[in-house]
Design a protein around this ligand. Structure first.
Ligand code: IMP
Ligand code: MG
Length: 189
């Protein structure tokens, strides 16, 4: 185990199992008889935190789909609380135009204050999307996150700063295969 890890919150096996069942929930809604009934969707993963989650998730969604990356940042560098301001950047020049008339599923790593998904939902709708739904791997059990109307949630977790499975602290720890908390010393160095 990595020396900076305090506690493993979600194991590899639990992550894999939940990704499969989340994909089943998404299929049920976007399949021919589901409420979105669209068949074809555009996945918009919010980089960089959703990198690993989305790579696993899309391999359990075996339909025709497009994927357009978008960047949003609200935590600068070594911060462990959100700045509240969200910067949005489409990663490919055509991504913003590609959303018109599409059924968009926004995918993020963790729902905290909700400002990232709120801003991005508006951003996608302003680009003429036919519908927008949201999916997060983790939701913190705090009032701001619990109040946000997210469609798909992998796990509800305590209000702690977590890393691994794509989530970072100051750009590090994304490659850890589990979702973990870090020792106090690792967060200060
Ligand atoms: P929100 O806009 O406050 O909901 O924050 C969401 C964004 O903040 C996520 O996309 C993450 O990039 C980042 N974030 C929030 N909590 C954590 C955490 O515990 N670890 C790592 N990143 C986090
Ligand atoms: Mg993020």
């Amino acid at each position: 185990m990595h020396a900076d890890i305090e506690q493993i919150l979600i194991s590899r096996a639990d992550l894999q199992r939940r990704v499969v069942s989340l994909a089943e929930e998404i299929q049920a809604d976007y399949g021919p008889s589901g409420p979105e009934g669209a068949g074809e969707i555009t996945l918009v993963p919010i980089m960089t935190g959703s990198l690993i989650f989305v790579a696993d998730l899309i391999r359990h969604l075996p339909w025709r789909m497009q994927v357009h990356l978008i960047s949003a940042s609200s935590y600068g560098g070594k911060a462990t609380v959100s700045s509240g301001e969200v910067r949005i950047e489409a990663r490919e020049p055509a991504a913003a135009e590609a959303l018109a008339d599409r059924h968009v599923l926004l995918v993020d790593d963790v729902l905290d204050s909700g400002s990232t998904l709120r801003r991005l939902t508006d951003w996608v709708l302003q680009r003429g999307a036919a519908s927008v739904r949201t999916c997060v791997l983790l939701r913190k059990q705090i009032p701001s996150a619990m109040a946000f109307p997210v469609h798909y949630v992998g796990f509800d977790i305590p209000d702690a700063f977590v890393v691994g499975y794509g989530l970072d602290y100051d750009g590090y720890y994304r490659n850890l295969p589990e979702v973990v908390t870090l020792k106090h010393e690792a967060l200060c160095s």
